[in-house]
Ligand binder design. Structure first.
Ligand code: ACM
Ligand code: ZN
Length: 547
């Protein structure tokens, strides 16, 4: 697929951003060199010029390091492929290449050098990422000396206070830098739990020596040390935005994956940034209706939402560019990976090329249909944009709700995290989309967490009270364990008309369940009480519909 490479390479010269990246997580699932080359071919044509490889994580170490052979003979292999069984069900064991049924793999240094050259010929740079200090269970399982107290107990943070850790990771980085000529070396830095550091003599001692108190400062110190090392070798270190703090060495780059306010903060501190905020750039999220799409991580993130990154760009010369990230917990095959990549990575490439001057979405979408057609003719398993279902149909039109002129009395306070649009959200006629955080779904947590009285302002004859509850396991959202509906004409005497008891049933798929009452009764007040299954679970509803 090199039909229009010439045109793209010309336009890329005048691209708005030098960084038009795609991250592929080859740890959670392993992808062959041939698969990566195939994506590089497509990247050349669509204008992606950085392939960031997330080479290490709990799920498997994927790069041959000659000095530490256990990283590939053991840490690259796990007992089972299925992410839910291995990770979610907490059966996290490592294996060896020769263990029957073992899943995994790694790239030899020779293979990676070949890939680097292949990519360079096509205008794509390979940027390696080695995770530290978090997300490192596979390292600790094989080299437990790097764990706090020298014991691997299942947690995934390296001990940042142990000289062995620093030496080990610097040795790894030496080999990494000998393979990958990119000016940029990614050192991870995200999501360390830091819990083990609390109970570690070396960490306590290191904190005392440095005159610091918190684990966050300890992480900052470690990250600074590793960034400095990369800089001392003439390269530029990149880290995820958890590493953002004052005093990073000059030349450090922050890759922003959470809110864009982190990018502004980094820019204000004088660091270069790459924008890959999850709300736009996480290509493992659902690209179409989650009720029909293959199981995915996270929420609904259609092509149009990725394209909206164009409006969120931060105006600063410190912004190197944009990047789409494909995490692969639930993406076991190359075909599935392509399905998640195309078309959304095309939107990232276009934003990287055109910046704010980009064409309107409608034109982009039209042109993308053509690009997707070309890609699929060339053997890529793209998402079929022509059959996109789009937003939850209920959310597209306001509904008539006989409660809409009434009011909602919160007998228990609204949960501050998910208030939706506030006190009227449950009767405003606006139904929710696929995402629980779209500000139309109201969320509650705990026993009798939802306890509201809808006051219709006068007693009227009603024939139904109904509400949709969402279940989304990835977000800990479940159907209520109990729901009662009671009606009253005078606000004093209530008549319970419905009671549901629901057993929590985890499911791999987002779904909605309508619960309610139908009948005929004169009522002014509707009292609704519901509980989430456990204090840690949520319940979410978008509307109490009265007819
Ligand atoms: C990340 O998603 N933890 C970078
Ligand atoms: Zn420690």
């Amino acid at each position: 697929m090199a039909t229009c490479a010439f045109i793209v390479s010309l336009s890329a010269q005048s691209a708005a951003y030098e960084w038009r990246g795609c991250m592929i997580d080859v740890s959670r699932h392993f992808f062959s060199v041939d698969f990566l080359k195939k994506q590089i071919d497509a990247f050349q044509d669509i204008g992606i010029n950085k392939l960031h490889l997330h080479l290490t994580d709990a799920a498997g170490w994927r790069l041959e390091i000659k000095r530490y052979p256990l990283l590939t003979s053991k840490a690259a292999w796990r007992t089972q492929e299925d992410w839910n069984k291995w990770w979610v069900n907490n059966d996290r064991r490592y294996a060896s290449e020769f263990t029957p049924g073992a899943y995994g793999g790694y790239y030899t240094q020779e293979q990676m050098r070949d890939l680097v050259a292949y990519a360079a010929d096509r205008g794509v740079e390979i940027v390696p990422e080695i995770e530290m200090p978090g997300h490192s269970e596979e390292v600790l399982a094989t080299y437990p000396k790097l764990a706090c107290n020298g014991i691997f107990d299942g947690q995934g943070d390296l001990c940042p206070s142990n000289d062995l850790t620093v030496q080990f990771m610097q040795n790894v980085l030496d080999e990494v830098m000998s393979i990958f000529p990119s000016p940029y070396i990614h050192i991870g830095g995200d999501e360390a739990s830091m819990a083990a550091w609390e109970k570690c003599a070396s960490c306590s001692q290191r904190k005392a020596e440095l005159g610091i108190k918190s684990n966050q400062e300890l992480q900052d110190h470690f990250v600074r040390e590793m960034m400095q090392y990369v800089i001392s070798k003439g390269r530029k270190p990149i880290a995820w935005d958890e590493a953002l703090c004052e005093g990073l060495p000059k030349g450090s780059v922050i890759m922003v994956w959470r809110g864009l306010e982190k990018a502004q903060h980094a820019v204000d501190l004088g660091y270069d940034v790459i924008l890959s905020p999850s709300a736009y750039c996480y290509l493992d999220y659902y690209q179409d209706a989650p009720i029909v799409e293959p199981y995915a991580f996270g929420t609904y993130l259609p092509l149009e939402q990725t394209y909206l990154l164009k409006d969120a760009l931060i105006d600063s010369p410190h912004v190197l560019g944009v990047q789409g990230n494909l995490w692969t917990e639930f993406i076991p095959t190359g075909a599935h990976a392509e399905y998640m990549l195309y078309p959304r990575i095309i939107a990232i490439a276009e934003i990287g090329k055109a910046g704010k001057e980009i064409e309107p979405f409608k034109e982009f979408r039209f042109n993308t249909l053509h690009t997707l057609n070309q890609l699929s003719q060339n053997g890529y398993n793209t998402f079929d944009l022509r059959t996109e279902q789009g937003h939850r149909s209920e959310s597209l039109v306001d509904i008539v709700n006989r409660a809409s002129k009434g009011r909602v009395i919160y007998n228990q306070p609204m949960n501050e995290t998910y208030p939706a649009s506030g006190e009227n959200a449950l009767i405003d006629g606006k139904r929710g989309d696929w995402n629980h955080n779209d500000k139309r779904w109201q969320g509650f947590k705990g026993k009798n967490c939802l306890d509201v009285t809808v006051d219709l302002r006068k007693a009227i004859e009603i024939s139904s009270v109904g509400m949709d509850f969402m279940q989304s396991d990835v977000a800990w959202i479940y159907l209520p364990s109990e729901l009662t509906i009671a009606l009253s004409a005078d606000g004093k005497t209530y008549n319970e008309v419905a009671n549901f008891k629901i057993v929590k049933r985890p499911s791999n798929r987002l779904f909605f369940q309508n619960l309610g009452w139908t009948g005929k009764q004169k009522a002014r007040y509707i009292h609704i009480v519901a509980s989430s299954p456990t204090p840690d679970d949520w319940i979410f509803l978008d509307e109490i519909l009265v007819k």
